[in-house]
Design a protein around this ligand. Structure first.
Ligand code: KIV
Ligand code: NA
Length: 277
């Protein structure tokens, strides 16, 4: 199957065919995502928490994101693959941002990179990376890398000022050259305004029915422990299934019922006799 392309994603937006995006951080997840036939796969910096156990996304490094991205690349054929540029890898200058983005293309073969935020320096980074020939996905609303400055992991665009700011940010990210925009934790009415104002596809998470949806894989599979965000729907019970499978294995080992004869290699009595001698 041929790779989903940017023109195909634009066409989907125009035809009002919802775009499906999901995160993945390793090879088996990429294979599963591929087999399920999604349009876009995101190696999110949410891997900081759900894969590596860090407390927040800001702790994940470029090297760690590259390792995840390379594994996902090996398992992905048809989905359009995007990787998050992690906190600290684009903040210093446009040059630093382009160098980081180039590494993701050369070393991990990503189709595009994703960058959070829409202030002047963020817009400058988007322009620089796009000018280098690398497609960029923007990300506005709740931007976890700078959540402290937003006052925590909270919904955005709920006041007049915030809603107006978001629309301005969406327009600015599009004007800077992003071909697609992720919007996180924003009321759907504000997203509707953005969908009318913009021509690029908007992928929502906690943002109502946008042009597409994205979810964190571990959230949708039911692997994430504890409380998840309001916008998460759990479609599987893989966390509990995994615990149950490991516990069943432990039980059988302790009861002596595993391994059974069929899990063992046959040998001739002569070989055993020789081993004994
Ligand atoms: O890192 C991530 O998983 C993301 C999505 C939630 C959009 O950025
Ligand atoms: Na992210």
């Amino acid at each position: 199957m041929s790779r989903v392309s940017i023109p195909r994603l634009i066409e989907k937006r125009e035809k009002r065919e919802p775009i499906v995006m999901v995160t993945a951080y390793d090879y088996p997840a990429a294979r599963a995502v591929e087999r399920a036939g999604v349009d876009m796969v995101l190696v999110g910096d949410s891997g900081a928490q759900v894969l590596l156990g860090y407390a927040s996304t800001v702790e994940v490094s470029v090297e760690e994101m590259l390792m995840m991205s390379k594994a996902v690349r090996r398992g992905t054929e048809s989905a359009f693959m995007v990787s998050d540029l992690p906190f600290g890898s684009t903040e210093e200058s446009d040059v630093q941002a382009v160098q980081t983005a180039v590494r993701f293309v050369r070393e991990a073969g990503v189709d595009a990179v994703k960058l959070e935020g829409a202030n002047e320096s963020r817009l400058s980074r988007i322009r620089a990376i796009v000018a280098a020939g690398i497609p960029v996905v923007g990300h506005i609303g709740l931007t976890p890398q700078t959540a402290t400055a937003l006052g925590g992991l909270r919904a955005q665009g709920r006041t007049i000022e915030s809603a107006e700011r978001l629309v301005g940010e969406g327009l600015a990210v599009q004007a800077a050259g992003a071909f697609c925009l992720v919007i996180e934790a924003v009321p759907s009415e504000v997203v509707d305004v953005l969908r009318e104002a913009l021509t690029i596809p908007i992928i929502g998470i906690g943002a109502g029915k946008a042009d597409g949806q994205v979810l964190v894989l571990h959230d949708l599979l039911g692997i994430t422990e504890g409380k998840t965000a309001k916008f998460v729907k759990t479609f599987g019970t893989i966390g509990d299934d995994t615990v149950a499978a490991i516990a069943a294995y432990a039980d059988e080992v302790r009861a002596g019922s595993f391994p059974a004869p069929e899990h063992q290699y046959p040998v001739t009595p002569e070989a055993v006799e020789a081993a004994r001698a």
